[in-house]
Every structure is written in C-alpha cells, then in structure tokens.
Design a binder for this molecule. Structure first.
Ligand code: GDP
Ligand code: ZN
Length: 297
C-alpha cells in the first residue's frame, strides 16, 4: 500500500548499503533502508518489490516496506525470480546432464519455473541435439538455439517476455552470448578467460537486475543458482520434484517408495515403458544415493 509521498518500485541492485530502485517509469532512485530493517535482520535484495520515499534534492530516499517475496535465491542473492533458463551446450563444453538435473531439482524446490535451453546447435548435428532434448522435452519446455547463428533465439525472446529470469548452467555454455545476441545494448562479457582475468576467480559479484524494456522483462546479470545444501531435502521428497514421477497417476505400493527397486513401484514401470527417460532415471538414483549419504548435491 502506498502512503502519501511514497512510490512503488523494484530493487535492481544494492551496493554498500545503497539500493537502486526502478519505478514504473524506469526512473532509478537511490535509497537506503530504514534502520528498522536491520533491527529485524531483513536485508533488501535485488528483485524485491518495495514501497519507498523518494529522495528529495540531493539526499537519498528510504525503503519503507518490502512486499513479501515469492522466492529467494542464496547465490546469487536475489528475490522474486519467475523462471530459470537452464542452459547447456551441444558441445564445448560437453553437457553435464547431472548438473542439469540438479538445477531442475533446485528450481522446483525454490518454486521457480525451469526452462531448458540447448545452445551451440551450430556445433552439433541435429540428431544429437534431438536425442539430448528428448530426455527433457516431455516434461519441460526445451529450446534448441545458437547464439552464434541466431537460430531459435526468437523463442527465447518470447520466454523472457514479462518475466524475471535468471540463467544457470556450466560456464562457457553461452548464457551471456544468448542475452547479447538478443539485446545488443547489454554488452555482457563473454568467454571464460576474459571473465576470469577481469574478475579473479574468487571475487563474488553482486547480482544486478537488468530491465529489458524492449521485451518487458527482467534478467539477472549474474549466472548463478547454487545447488542445494545438505539436509535441505529428504530422499523421499526428491521424487516430488520430478514431473515424470509426480505426474504418474497411480501411486506406488509403498508411500515411502524411493523408486529404487521396491515392489509395486509405478515409477520403475514408467521407466520400463519408456515414459521416463532411462538416463534421467539413472541420474535420479545417483542423486538419491548422494542425498542418502548426506552429501551436498
Ligand atoms: P557463459 O559463461 O555461459 O556466459 O558463456 P559465454 O556467453 O561467455 O560463451 C562462452 C564461449 O562460447 C564464447 O567464446 C562464445 O563466443 C561461445 N559461444 C556462445 N554461444 C555460442 C554458439 O551458439 N555457438 C558457438 N559456436 N559458440 C558460442
Ligand atoms: Zn516407486
């Protein structure tokens, strides 16, 4: 609710206690948070929708209120992400499908809609890319693109429309290149070497939200999306985040079924009938195993 003299906006970035808030007309306001936020241990994050008192004259403004978050990521520290584009390359680097599956799991746990993107189609033959896509296309939107040739990018453009989006995936798969190809004005750094030399391997960067006015969306400039911490999920809950498992209408014989080799397991049947990709199921088993051993996945 707006009080007199206050405005609604969205935090794009925070640096050293200052927050840069975009209002509905895309005017950016420099603000600090009211002292009571610190007292309540609330740190405003990029992505937060806020009510603020704008600056007057030379002075900065103040954040008065933070709208409850729909979700929140730890790394990068951002809030209210609608979707994550989980990106892999056909090759160079070769796809790490275990990582893709873990990112899909993390997205589901964080309540963020996942989209799968296969980039560098110019480097692969179509058949290989289709095989790769097949493991996911039943359950997730899959886009096959090339940042280099421009193929398929129109569909990514549509995905970005009206949403706040974060990219995730191995480095060098082309996340920055895809954004640069769609929005020339962004000029994000590309190429692993240049990124590393400029920043240093261990330098943490603060995430910043970039408004894409042309498409009416927002992207997070830092590819991120950390994996889960140990203990955040019980093995028996993992299947709930696999659409292939949760969409099976008939329940397994045991409600605590981990779908390993229990009798009366409907998931096993789905694998046998080809409804659930064997490769993805095998990786699911590995993830269960890692979580059971208490490892961070
Ligand atoms: P990021 O780390 O995921 O952001 O990856 P970058 O965007 O920095 O890209 C890594 C390297 O892959 C760069 O040298 C890009 O020029 C190259 N690259 C990105 N997309 C494509 C593509 O579709 N095809 C080809 N052949 N190379 C690409
Ligand atoms: Zn089962």
């Amino acid at each position: 609710m707006e009080e007199e003299g206050t405005i609604e906006g969205k935090i794009l970035k925070g640096i050293g206690g200052f927050y840069y808030i975009s209002d509905k007309d895309d005017v950016v306001h420099e603000c600090k948070a009211r002292g009571r936020f610190r007292k309540d241990k609330i740190v405003p994050l990029p992505g937060d929708n806020v009510v603020f008192s704008p600056q007057e004259g030379e002075k900065y403004g103040f954040i008065e209120e933070i709208t409850p978050r729909i979700n929140q990521l730890k790394r990068p520290q951002v809030a209210n992400i609608d979707q994550v584009i989980i990106t892999m390359a056909t090759r160079s680097p070769n796809p790490d499908l275990m990582l893709i599956d873990k990112l899909l799991l993390t997205a589901s746990i964080a309540d963020i809609a996942p989209v799968v993107c296969i980039n560098k189609i110019d480097l692969a033959n179509k058949k290989n890319a289709k095989e790769l896509a097949k493991q996911y296309s039943r359950e997730y939107p899959v886009h096959i693109v090339s940042a280099k040739s421009g193929k398929g990018l129109r569909s990514i453009y549509k995905v970005l429309r009206g949403k706040t989006t974060c990219f995730a995936g191995q480095s060098a798969v082309g996340k920055s290149s895809i954004l640069n190809a769609l929005f020339k004005e962004l000029e994000l750094e590309t190429g692993v070497l240049s990124k590393k030399t400029e920043r240093g391997k261990h330098t943490t960067r603060h995430a910043e939200l970039i408004k894409l006015n042309k498409v009416g969306g927002i992207v997070v400039d830092t590819p991120g999306f950390s994996l889960l911490d140990t203990g955040e999920i019980e093995p028996v809950d993992i299947g709930k985040h696999y659409p292939e498992i949760s969409n099976i209408s008939e329940p397994c014989k045991f409600s605590s079924c981990l779908h390993k080799s229990e009798p009366g397991c409907k998931v096993k049947e789905a694998v046998e009938s080809g409804e659930f990709s064997t490769e993805r199921y095998e990786r699911y088993l590995k993830i269960i195993d890692e979580v059971e051993k208490g490892r961070k996945i």
